[in-house]
Design a protein around this ligand. Structure first.
Ligand SMILES: [Zn+2]
Length: 325
């Protein structure tokens, strides 16, 4: 088995390398800086942007190896290369060429649609693909991103025209910066929670323009669109404007009842992950003869790939398979 699922996360078999381990590891590749992918490892391999965003969240890290995209390097008997994953700024896939010449790609989180605030994903051709399957169920089909962004802008505009304040709820790292850029480039004024502004500042320092955004100080100015992380919004009841309309931005918007679940008026499927068809076509385009799915709908995605003639299995069942033989 090229990778193993252990208690701390994924591990590249026969090496010292962990992949997005959630516990402190001696040596880890970190695909991107979302909180479920980072920990204070002893040594970290990641892009410069990911390391900056990790330091923003975790404080200074002891030992880091910043690696540019498309620049293969050696680590013991392995050859490693980072390729853009298109998920958030700095996100990377890792391609490992083992001493026997076999190429293994680990995607971390992956988004194949162009984003104004992340590097465009590249296809990492390989023999074995370890593929994230967050939206790996056939019911997750996202409309083209341009359409989703237009719908969000129309929501903001019509809400303002009706004399109410539009508030968009999105994850503080990645999603928020993308939507702020879309709104400001269309002439909107944006006010955002401090955590969103702080990440926007890191993006700017890395050369990615996000657009002008006012840091929320408890006041709402006429004509502004609010951008808040959903978990923060939940607790800031006293600071909410009135009248208002809220919208949650997430790939889960495809599921009925998503707006209500988040306590929002509307839901838009703005995702920083590939949808089901995107994952299938990505797996095919890598040329991999073996796909190991992990995270989310791993079983369903593996089954769908097998239906299309690609050898695939979910990583979560590796231990059971090993036990039985
Ligand atoms: Zn992520």
């Amino acid at each position: 088995m090229p990778v193993e699922m252990r208690r701390g996360g994924l591990h590249l078999s026969g090496t010292a390398l962990w992949l997005d381990a959630h516990r402190k590891a001696p040596l880890a590749f970190v695909s991107h800086a979302h909180s479920d992918h980072i920990a204070r490892h002893e040594r970290v391999i990641a892009t410069r942007a990911t390391l900056r965003l990790m330091a923003h969240r975790l404080g200074a890290l002891p030992s880091c190896l910043p690696v540019p995209y498309n620049r293969p390097f050696e680590l013991g008997a392995l050859c490693l290369e980072l390729l853009p994953a298109g998920h958030i700024l700095g996100s990377a896939q890792l391609r490992v060429i083992r001493s026997d010449g076999k190429r293994v790609t680990y995607t971390g989180d992956l988004n194949l649609e162009a984003s104004s605030t992340a590097e465009a994903a590249q296809v990492a051709e390989c023999d074995t693909l370890v593929l994230e399957s967050t939206f790996g169920h056939p019911r997750y089909r996202f409309p083209p991103k341009a359409e989703v962004v237009e719908a969000i802008e129309a929501f903001a505009r019509t809400t303002l025209e009706r004399g109410a304040t539009p508030v968009l709820l999105g994850y503080s790292l990645g999603k928020s910066q993308e939507v702020i850029r879309a709104l400001t480039s269309r002439g909107h004024s944006v006010v955002a929670h401090a955590s969103v502004c702080a990440v926007a500042e890191v993006y700017r320092s890395l050369g990615v323009e996000v657009g002008a955004v006012r840091r929320f100080d408890g006041t709402w100015l006429p004509g502004e669109v609010g951008v808040f992380p959903p978990h923060v919004w939940k607790f800031e009841r006293l600071l909410r404007p009135w009248p208002r309309r809220t919208a949650i931005l997430t790939g889960w918007a495809v599921d009925p009842g998503t707006a209500r679940r988040y306590g929002a008026d509307e839901a838009f499927p703005l995702s920083d992950h590939a949808d089901f068809e995107g994952l299938i076509s990505y797996a095919k385009s890598t040329g991999a003869s073996e796909v190991l799915t992990h995270h989310g709908f791993a079983e369903e995605l593996a089954r769908a790939l097998r239906d299309r003639g690609i050898e695939a299995r979910p990583l979560g069942t590796v231990r059971q398979l090993d036990l039985f033989g």
